[in-house]
Design a protein around this ligand. Structure first.
Ligand SMILES: *Cc1c(COP(=O)(O)O)cnc(C)c1O
Length: 394
């Protein structure tokens, strides 16, 4: 029996494949620059799209929240951990998303696991885009529903797979990222909704990277397309990205949310977020909605980056989001270019399999409203300096 005797060998194998991951110790708060190993680096890999993680008003609200509500929530929501700030935040987000109800979770990962597992079981069917976030895939797998992939944004493939199961009873759930986290492209929402109606399936959209970024007041892609709760029955967002804080929410009908309160295990059996985090998020929600200039600036940076990248001959992916990946192919290429960029004062963590499909290692560049025009120029200059390597490998 091998047991765990090969544990070290497996690690070495991972290292040989250039897939070994290492954490970097960040010595400064999140923001436009990060200090690592004593050096200031321009940060082009975070998800703090609106620059709110370091915002003075959000920080002040967090501190006030601690003074008013203490450090921890003390218990799960169903025991005695569901405080007034949690409740207010749920109501504010329900209004923001145009849904009757909303439920807070401790993380996006927990939300996705809890929702799918809470709503589906043996005899049901879940259809997932191949590039969905790991938490959506895991949620589908542990639910014990029959799991079916469809090719990335391939509506014909999804349609064919739904047709195969047309006569089956049981619940059918179509699950997709709103903005795909590693590619930056958007799901084909109109088509998903049409297929949902046609097959009596529910649609679950995880718009973790869309809230704060797309739509009026940053209400995300579902609201931008004006889809109601009858079209997209389950809407997920996270608070650790554009909101700049921590946690996640699920929005939908009264009955759906009540079902999750009864049955979502990651909700029932997990301590509520600190109330101070909900207080801070109420403030960041206000800023996110009202300060349109942050989205304008973000869009400008995306434009500037895409134009500049094309000029230096880099192939950019079809993304209108702040996620602007540069594909480089092999793990080795991603590691080496990331190291070169770091030499030039730029932090872009290499993204490799299994996070992305084999052969599609990339630099997942992200832009934020916290960047300045000259930062984007600096990034482009550094990429140009590495361009020979980038192209040789791409
Ligand atoms: C980041 C992310 C999550 C996980 O959210 P956390 O709050 O970080 O656990 C879920 N879904 C998508 C699409 C994400 O990008």
């Amino acid at each position: 029996m091998a047991g765990f005797s090969d544990i070290e060998q497996r690690l070495q194998e991972r290292e040989r494949q250039n897939r070994y991951r290492q954490r970097r110790v960040v010595e400064s708060p999140q923001g436009r620059t990060l200090q690592i190993d004593g050096r200031q680096l321009l940060n082009f890999c975070g998800n703090d799209y609106l620059g709110l993680a370091g915002d003075a008003r959000v920080r002040a609200a967090f501190k006030q929240g601690i003074d008013d509500w203490g450090a921890g929530s003390g218990a799960a929501h169903l025991v005695c951990g569901h405080s007034k700030p949690h409740h207010e935040l749920e109501e504010a987000i329900a209004e923001f998303t145009g849904r009757p109800r909303c439920l807070l979770f401790s993380s996006g990962y927990a939300a996705n696991l809890g929702v799918i597992n809470g709503l589906l079981s043996v005899g049901d069917h879940v259809f997932e885009d191949r590039l969905n976030h790991a938490s959506l895939l895991d949620g589908g797998w542990i639910s014990r529903a029959e799991f079916q992939w469809f090719d990335h944004c391939d509506i014909d493939d999804l349609s064919a797979k739904l047709a195969v199961h047309a006569k089956n009873d049981g619940r059918k759930l179509i699950v997709s990222d709103g903005t795909f986290s590693m590619d930056g492209d958007l799901c084909l929402l109109n088509d998903l909704v049409r297929l949902g109606h046609q097959h009596g399936a529910w649609i679950m959209i995880d718009d973790a990277h869309g809230f704060g970024v797309h739509g009026t007041e940053g209400r995300g892609i579902v609201n931008r397309e004006q889809f109601s709760v009858d079209d997209v029955q389950i809407l997920v967002g996270t608070l650790g990205k554009a909101f700049g804080t921590h946690g996640a929410f699920v929005a939908g009908s009264e009955e759906m949310i009540e079902t999750l309160i009864q049955k979502a295990r990651t909700y029932v059996f997990s301590t509520a977020l600190p109330p101070s985090c909900a207080v801070a998020t109420l403030t960041s929600l206000e800023i996110l909605r009202s300060e349109e200039w942050r989205r304008d600036r973000l869009r400008d940076h995306v434009q500037q980056f895409r134009q500049g990248a094309k000029q230096i001959g880099l192939s950019v992916m079809p993304s209108e989001s702040p996620i602007q990946p540069v594909l480089v192919g092999t793990e080795q290429a991603a590691l080496s270019i990331s190291a070169q960029l770091e030499e030039l004062g730029i932090l872009v963590t290499p993204i490799r399999p299994p996070t992305v499909p084999i052969g599609s290692s990339r630099l997942r560049i992200t832009l934020t409203a916290g960047h300045r025009e000259e930062d984007v120029d600096h990034l482009l200059g550094a990429l140009e300096a590495c361009a020979a390597t980038v192209q040789a490998i791409a």
